[in-house]
Ligand binder design. Structure first.
Ligand SMILES: *Cc1c(COP(=O)(O)O)cnc(C)c1O
Length: 476
């Protein structure tokens, strides 16, 4: 058994190492999408599930076929979705997590994993400028009442949901007993991520009570107009449960004026939530910190490590300025989990929607510990600078345009002014398989969209993409 495991693990490891090398050589297409029926056949799924025996040679050929049909994030022309190109050491963390299967909702099920999660939560809290949680067993000084807290979740969407549940319990502490009032609304940026609307649906507020705030021509929230909106809503007997700011938005990657929104939330005693799923890098990079000025005024923040932090998915966190709101967000109790225990650590279960949870902190920790914080900052900065260089390059082309100068590593651009044409260009690019980009609606029109997230992409690669798009455009 153990010999099998060692031999198989070695083989898988060597295959993956070769895979990364092959992706980086650019000889493979970044994307190809055979029909599902073909893949189910090619991967020999039916035989394998019936007969078993997925090790040795059979495992080797399965891995080969599997890797062949993957979308190649390690390819430098991967310019599509906001998901990390995982650092190999982070990938090893996923393997360790999968092997040990220690989980972090109760301390006794994973002391090392829980300690690392606690440590990484504190690392993020300190970066924001909040007070880290005291570590059980460590001597602490005075003033323990006011500190922050957090928990890792399986993704940013779940973190947003958790944040809104926390805001709701903070405003209506008896909600788990009494049910919720029918007049609650959430104010969100026009460019908010769809998980917030979905959250409104899940919470029973109704999507129509997830209300977009006034925004400027680029889609940033106009903070000065929020008080007027709140007044109007009060006149209709509506209660604002939370106000959300973007750091940054999904379509074009712009940051809302968090400092101003934070002041207004404080004045009106409204929960301020910052969605930093994509743009949390600006919190740790001195050069970009101006983009999130005032973020410490938030009551809750979400932060995805599986986007700009090179960490394999899933890995996100919800961070709350006053830990007590997170601890009382879910007041349902499960007696086999929540009983007074004399123990050396912390149970995270009371803070999450999930019960069983992976060793998420381990993945983020091992990634950053391998890279070093300075290299991580350089990587995040270099991707933002690349997006800005690409925008300047577009500005020099007569046939292309950008809607806005990027603030982070997301760039929208287009050739000509026909929406359908942009979609057709993307379709053909993906069929050719040399470049993988997305498209988005922004300012009411259709754009091509690049996310510069692969550490190997250079401006020359973007220029080649522009050439390719020109060629396709000519024959359309
Ligand atoms: C990606 C993203 C989310 C959702 O996070 P997942 O980890 O994909 O669930 C939420 N908000 C913003 C701004 C995002 O970019």
């Amino acid at each position: 058994m153990s010999n099998n495991f060692k031999a198989d693990a070695n083989m898988v490891l060597l295959s993956l190492a070769q895979y990364i090398d092959d992706c980086q050589l650019k000889t493979l297409p970044v994307i190809k999408q055979p029909p599902m029926s073909e893949l189910i056949h090619a991967l020999d799924l039916e035989n394998l599930i019936d007969g078993g025996g997925l090790h040795g040679k059979r495992l080797e050929s399965f891995i080969k076929n599997y890797l062949d049909a993957t979308t190649k994030l390690h390819h430098k022309n991967f310019l599509a979705h906001q998901i990390s190109v995982p650092h190999p050491t982070g990938a090893l963390a996923s393997f360790i997590d999968g092997t040990t299967n220690n989980e972090t909702s109760v301390y006794e099920m994973g002391p090392a994993a829980s300690a690392i999660e606690y440590f990484m939560i504190n690392w993020m809290l300190k970066k924001i400028g909040w007070t880290a949680s005291p570590v059980p067993g460590e001597k602490t000084g005075e003033g323990l009442a006011d500190y922050s807290g957090g928990v890792f979740t399986h993704g940013g969407s779940l973190a947003n949901l958790t944040a809104m549940i926390t805001a709701r319990s903070a405003k209506f502490p008896d909600i788990w007993k009494d049910g919720q009032p029918s007049n609650m609304v959430i104010l969100v940026p026009e460019q908010s991520h769809y998980s917030l609307k979905r959250t409104s649906g899940i919470l029973g507020l109704g999507e129509k009570n997830c209300i977009p705030m006034p925004s400027d021509k680029d889609g940033r929230v106009i903070a000065e107009e929020i008080p007027i909106l709140i007044k109007k809503l009060h006149a209709k007997n509506k209660e604002v449960m939370a106000i959300v700011g973007n750091a940054c938005g999904t379509a074009a990657g712009l940051y809302d004026p968090l400092d101003k929104i934070g002041n207004i939330c404080n004045e009106h005693d409204v929960w301020f939530h910052v969605d930093a799923a994509h743009g949390a890098g600006a919190i740790i990079c001195e050069d970009y910190r101006y983009l999130v000025k005032g973020i410490e005024k938030a009551d809750s923040i979400i932060w995805d490590a599986h986007k700009m932090f090179r960490t394999p998915a899933l890995c996100a966190a919800i961070l709350v300025k006053d830990y007590r709101y997170l601890d009382t967000a879910f007041t349902q109790e499960a007696s086999y989990l929540f009983h007074d225990k004399d123990q050396n650590g912390v149970d995270f279960a009371r803070r999450t929607v999930e019960c069983t949870k992976s060793s998420l902190g381990l993945k983020m920790f091992m990634t950053i510990a391998a890279m070093g914080e300075e290299n991580l900052k350089d990587y995040i900065g270099s991707r933002t600078e690349l997006a800005r260089d690409a925008a300047r390059y577009i500005d020099e082309q007569n046939d292309f345009e950008c809607p806005v100068m990027p603030e982070t590593n997301i760039l929208c651009f287009r050739i000509g002014d026909n929406d359908e044409k942009q979609l057709e260009i993307r379709k053909r690019l993906l069929e050719q398989g040399n470049f993988y980009i997305t498209s988005t609606k922004y300012k009411d029109v259709r754009w091509l969209r690049c996310v510069f997230i692969n550490p190997d992409t250079r401006i020359g690669d973007f220029k080649s993409l522009i050439e390719e798009i020109r060629k396709i455009s000519k024959v359309l």
